[in-house]
Every structure is written in structure tokens, then in C-alpha cells.
Design a protein around this ligand. Structure first.
Ligand code: AMP
Length: 215
């Protein structure tokens, strides 16, 4: 099964992608995670990506397209994959279509998580992540037991640079301008499924699974 998770920053794509990856035993491929790793390791890719990420802008299409072209051909994608955060522009979607055509593969479903902008702002500004194990927290809705410290491993919680308020605003604008048009793109192809992305995480997950299993 090949899935795309569409939806705004803070819409819960990463959370749902992790749950789906476990349930269907296929890899979660997050361009955001791949790029953050590259930044952390100060690779050439990371140096190139950082200047865009820090400003809340998209990394150029050719860079992310190259990453995905290679990634979806690795052996662990034999039974499918979940794309989390890719594509984000029509050009990326067209390149993905072309590659999948060459490989005689297709996307089964594009899940679009719908969350209103006020809620996104709240989610992104309160979001914290363990710098050690990657576990996610929210200052209001799922705070750690001890401020700034991960419940699971005792690591320090950090705020992503691009979750600071000015950058959040930019990321949401970039989403509206570049990524929202993909709703129409995939609707035309008959594979878009829109899902409420607000409420209990497990309930949202069950709704998504029902949509997938009813295909
Ligand atoms: P995310 O973790 O998905 O919110 O991504 C964090 C940042 O990585 C984005 O704000 C972009 O700067 C960059 N990024 C991730 N995926 C893409 C993509 N498909 N195209 C361009 N930039 C991306």
C-alpha cells in the first residue's frame, strides 16, 4: 500500500504516519525528518536545506525530489510506504507520478488531515520534542512530568527552530500557497480522502484505517 499524508504543518501527519507504519508494516518516509537529520549532521544537503527550513520556506523541489526518488526504491519499500510531508508542491507531485509510472506503481490513497488554523498555531507553538529519543510533547495537551525533561529517557526537550512564532506564520502561508493546490490535483485523480484531523489521536487513526480498509 502506498499512501501520501497531506495536510498542514502541525496537522498530525507525523503522528498518524507513525501509527500507520506500525499497523501496516510499511516505512514512514518524512522529508522533514530526513532534512533535519542532514542539518544535524551538517552534511552538504543539510547546509543547503537549513537556510530554507529556518525561514519556514520550502527546500527547493529538485533537492527533495532527488531524496524521494532514491528512498522509495530501497528494499524496505517493497510492500509500500507512507509519504509524510512529500509532495508539497505540484511540481513534486508530478515528479512522483512520473517516477511511479516508470516503476509501474501507483499511489493508493492521499489522506488529507483537516485542522483549522487557530488550532495549528496552538499545536505548533506548544510542540516540544525530546532531543535524545524524539518523543513528542505539547506544553498544554501532553506536558512532560518534569518541565523540559523527557518522561521516557530523561533527555532534554527542545523546540524546533521552525516552531517559533514568526516561522510558524510563514509555514502556514507557504502551505496555503504551495501545498493546498494538491487537494485539487489528487481530487481530480479520485484518490483524495479528507479526514477530520482534530480530536482524539486514536479516534482519528481509527477513522483513517477505516477509510483505507474500505478502499
Ligand atoms: P516538516 O517536518 O514536514 O514540517 O518539514 C520541516 C521543513 O522541512 C519544512 O518547513 C520545509 O522547509 C522542509 N521540507 C520538508 N518536506 C519538504 C518538501 N516536500 N518540500 C520542500 N521542503 C520540505
Amino acid at each position: 500500500m502506498r499512501l501520501i499524508l497531506l495536510g498542514p504543518p502541525g496537522g498530525g501527519k507525523g503522528t498518524q504516519a507513525r501509527l500507520l507504519a506500525e499497523r501496516y508494516n510499511i516505512p514512514q518516509i518524512s522529508t522533514g525528518d530526513i532534512l533535519r537529520d542532514a542539518v544535524k549532521n551538517a552534511t552538504e544537503l543539510g547546509k543547503k536545506a537549513r537556510e530554507f527550513m529556518d525561514k519556514g520556506m520550502l527546500v527547493p523541489d529538485d533537492v527533495v525530489i532527488g531524496i524521494i526518488e532514491d528512498r522509495i526504491q530501497l528494499p524496505d519499500c517493497g510492500n509500500g510506504f507512507i509519504l509524510d510531508g512529500f509532495p508539497r508542491t505540484v511540481k513534486q507531485a508530478e515528479s512522483l507520478d512520473a517516477e511511479l509510472r516508470d516503476l509501474s506503481l501507483k499511489i493508493d490513497v492521499v489522506l488529507d488531515l483537516l485542522v483549522d488554523f487557530d488550532e495549528l498555531n496552538k499545536r505548533l507553538s506548544g510542540r516540544r520534542t525530546c532531543g535524545n529519543c524524539g518523543k513528542g510533547y505539547h506544553l498544554e495537551t501532553s506536558p512532560p512530568r518534569n518541565e523540559g525533561i523527557c518522561d521516557s529517557c530523561g533527555g532534554n526537550l527542545i523546540q524546533r527552530d521552525d516552531d517559533k512564532s514568526e516561522t510558524i506564520k510563514k509555514r502556514l502561508e507557504v502551505f496555503q500557497e504551495n501545498t493546498e493546490p494538491l487537494r485539487g490535483y489528487y481530487k481530480k485523480r479520485g484518490i483524495l480522502r479528507q479526514q477530520k484531523g482534530q480530536g482524539d489521536i486514536q479516534n482519528i487513526f481509527q477513522d483513517i484505517c477505516r477509510a483505507i480498509e474500505g478502499l
